[in-house]
Write a protein that binds this ligand. Structure first.
Ligand SMILES: [Zn+2]
Length: 330
């Protein structure tokens, strides 16, 4: 039996939305007590939005841009800009969705999330728009390492599909570095990070990816650390890559709000017995570490590592990396 998925409680929705906006690099500010506002990620005729014109209610039920008139729920917005919609896990033992199902008074089904009909579809990479990453290093990640992961150059084609927009049908491109999520021999998703300094839609994740059911880069860790019983769990894909390049087995949980019991099973399949939790040094990261520890401690030896306020694993110094390296059983 599948659990009915319901709209999250307002407090859960607010934490989820703010964490996802942070992950995607969307600079958000409060707009009154009930709304967030961000620079609209959709195409604006004159220039990209810099006036925080897209408002999102903190309960996620409504989002609207006052310039281009884009409207929809958080789930619709998230899918269009490559962020995670609410609770995209099928697992009935997932504490997050279970808690919501017990207490939600609205009893409203999550938009579009019960489309399990397309579960068996084989998804692919945007083949026409990618080429293997071959030319250069990227932010400290070596070319040869990126090739092994693997990584791709992605010229993401975006077509304005809002029929009411004056730019309807117009095409523009965003350059990204793309990493596929290969898991147990299957492609279960991908993410692309912008190569320029633009902050809007910094990370774009495939809309069909079930982020609650994937760890990155799972098959790389499985193949390169076959005997390793310890892994470091981090929030972001780039955090995991930085540690892996330093020789530390690490996996991204795909964002602070995407933990689920399915990930316990994935770690057990790797033969993991000990987990270091290295979440970002912010509210969402600490909250995630607490929740993950609670759901994983029956299966693994779990050690929570605390970073300073505002730090992420990318800012670890040599001593911290050496300390961690010493504690990995190979
Ligand atoms: Zn707009």
């Amino acid at each position: 039996m599948q659990a009915r998925k319901r709209w999250p409680l307002p407090a859960e929705a607010e934490v989820h939305i703010s964490a996802e906006l942070n992950r995607g690099g969307h600079n958000w500010v409060d707009s009154g007590k009930k709304n967030f506002k961000i620079n609209c990620p959709f195409f604006h005729v004159n220039k990209p939005d810099s006036g925080h014109n897209l408002e999102i209610t903190k309960d996620g039920r409504m989002a609207h841009c006052w310039v281009c008139d884009w409207s929809g729920s958080w789930n619709k917005l998230a899918k269009e800009v490559g962020l995670s919609p609410f609770g995209s896990s099928e697992s009935t033992t997932d504490t997050y969705t279970a808690a919501i199902a017990d207490t939600d008074v609205f009893g409203r089904m999550l938009d579009d999330l019960d489309s399990s009909a397309d579960d068996d579809l084989e998804h692919t990479l945007p083949e026409d728009e990618i080429t293997p990453w071959s030319t250069k290093k990227w932010r400290g990640l070596r070319r040869s390492f990126l090739k092994d992961i693997p990584a791709y150059s992605w010229k993401q084609k975006i077509v304005v599909n809002d029929k009411d927009s004056k730019s309807y049908g117009k095409v523009f491109y965003v350059d990204r570095i793309l990493w596929p999520y290969h898991q147990q021999g299957r492609l279960v998703g991908y993410v692309g990070r912008r190569l320029d300094t633009g902050d809007t839609m910094k990370y774009y994740r495939a809309a069909w990816c079930k982020a609650k059911e994937a760890l990155f880069p799972y098959d790389f860790v499985k193949n390169n650390y076959p005997k390793c019983t310890t892994v470091v769990l981090v929030e972001g894909e780039v955090d995991a890559l930085n540690l892996l390049q330093a020789g530390i087995p690490a996996l991204s949980i795909l964002g602070s709000n995407n933990w689920s019991s399915r990930k316990v099973d994935l770690l057990l399949s790797l033969g993991v017995t000990k987990v270091f939790l290295l979440m970002d040094g912010d509210f969402a990261g600490r909250k995630a570490a607490k929740a993950i520890k609670k759901s994983a401690r029956d299966y693994f030896d779990v050690v929570v590592l605390k970073l300073d306020d505002g730090d992420d694993p990318g800012e670890m110094n040599k001593d911290q990396l050496a300390w961690l390296t010493d504690r990995i059983d190979r």
